[in-house]
Design a protein around this ligand. Structure first.
Ligand code: S3P
Length: 437
């Protein structure tokens, strides 16, 4: 359990200098544990994110009797039990997914195909997040899932259901929903197909292939047939672009800064913020582009540059869906007006990110007009003051960036959940020039 009362203070500072290696990718770490657990044989995961979300996923599989060793921090050795080898948690204990939407949604798909019943619970924030988006297609496949009123967690997933493949077109672009359907598809009779309204991160597809599972996929489409097996393999997890994003914006907005970000995952479905920041005038270059564990990675060099307001191209939204809190801060620091549209999904993330960021930036003296699917942010001078992150890790870290360029310190309420995705953020940030307490 995190401490909801942890408040931070971010004071004006800079310039920022140094080399930063942010922790491992959250989405890839969740999936690496899941697929390694279902594989035949022993897999080694290196660069695993030691965050609360991904550790909760590892604990879930330990509850289902998968042996997982931690030889060193950020490493896991997973003794796979095979596609049909998971066992019911002892004494019918619930599986606690903590703060993690991907943990709960992907597990729901996977558990729909097991021979035992499970209950999935989460923290206060996760307990408010919509689960109908996975319950509906999984029910069409023959799963039996009951939820709390309004389709909210806890979820009770029944075992011993006969699943059949479906051809599913997602109503919203969501990698979590796509992945839940594909994971149930591993246990379904026939060929499961998913089509997305806009392509989203394809880690599930790529990693299933890396684990030897036959799957066909292209932008926005994937199909697989049930009844095959996964083969153990080693997974190298790149640094999380979404964690690097805070430093990209920080160095862009603080005069005189230059930061080097090492080994950053550059999957095109994750790096929309790079395009948006460049449109705004940011000075970010890529070097040392290479492949690690089947994913493109690179080092990013970011230097301070004056930013200007832009209309964020709506087609970039799914590729930067986790980066809007920090984009809002870049927009607040920019000259002119930034418009975000087509991003209604932000309202159902760990918090209502449009509302939380708009309220916080307004408290610091920035003009922000909220719309149902985005916001209009009028760049200006950031003052000091108090803001509430609403327990949302990405909002908390984004307000830390605002503090760097504010005219007085900012007190940020409810920051404990930063540990869900970015353990060690304060130390890493202070190491390159932040004034974070
Ligand atoms: C994730 C997908 C995204 C993202 C989340 C992680 C994943 O959610 O916001 O942080 O690992 O598949 P949606 O699929 O709901 O857009």
């Amino acid at each position: 359990m995190t401490d909801p009362k942890l408040d931070w203070r971010s004071a004006p500072a800079g310039p920022l200098h140094g080399e930063v290696r942010v922790p491992g990718d959250k989405s890839i770490s969740h999936r690496a544990i899941m697929f390694a657990a279902l594989a035949d044989g022993v897999s080694r995961i290196s660069g695993f994110l030691e965050g609360e979300d991904t550790r909760a996923t590892a604990r879930a599989f330990a509850q289902m009797r998968v042996r997982i060793e931690t030889p060193t921090a950020s490493e896991r050795i997973v003794h796979g039990v095979g596609i049909d080898g998971l066992k019911a948690p002892l004494n019918g204990a619930a599986i606690d997914c903590g703060n993690a939407g991907p943990g709960m949604r992907l597990l729901t798909g996977l558990l729909a195909g097991q021979r035992f019943d499970t209950t999935l619970i989460g923290d206060e924030s996760l307990s408010r997040r919509p689960m109908r988006r996975v319950i509906d297609p999984l029910t069409q496949m023959g799963a039996k899932i009951t939820a709390h009123e309004g389709g909210l967690p806890p979820l009770r997933v029944s075992g011993n259901c006969t699943l059949h493949a479906i051809d599913y077109t997602l109503p919203v672009a969501s990698a979590q929903v796509k992945s839940a359907v594909l994971l149930a598809g591993l246990y379904a009779q026939g060929e499961t197909r998913v089509t997305e309204p806009h392509p989203t991160r394809d880690y599930t597809e790529r990693m299933l292939r890396a684990f030897g599972y036959p799957i066909e996929f292209s932008e926005g489409q994937a199909r697989l047939s049930g009844g095959q097996r996964l083969r153990a393999t080693n997974v190298v997890v790149p640094a999380d672009f979404s964690s690097a994003a805070f430093f990209l914006v920080a160095a862009s907005v603080v005069p005189g800064s230059k930061l080097v970000l090492r080994d950053v995952g550059m999957n095109p479905r994750r790096t929309g913020l790079l395009h948006a920041l460049r449109l705004m005038g940011a000075d970010i270059t890529q070097t040392n582009r290479r492949e690690a564990g089947g994913e493109a990675i690179a080092d990013l060099i970011v230097r301070h540059a004056p930013l200007r307001g832009v209309d964020v191209p709506v087609e970039l939204v799914p590729d930067m869906i986790d980066e809007f809190p920090v984009l809002f801060v870049a927009a607040a620091a920019a000259n002119g007006t930034t418009r975000v549209t087509g991003a209604a999904e932000l309202r159902v993330k760990e918090s209502d990110r449009i509302a939380v960021m708009a309220k916080g930036l307004r408290a610091l003296g920035i003009g922000v007009d909220e719309t149902p699917d985005g916001a209009v942010i009028h760049g200006g001078k950031l003052g000091g003051g108090e803001v509430d992150s609403a327990g949302d890790h990405r909002c908390a870290m984004s307000f830390c960036i605002a503090g760097l360029i504010a005219q007085a310190p900012i007190r940020i309420l409810d920051c404990a959940n930063v540990a869900t995705s970015f353990p060690g953020f304060v130390e890493l940030a202070n190491g390159c020039g932040f004034e974070l307490r």
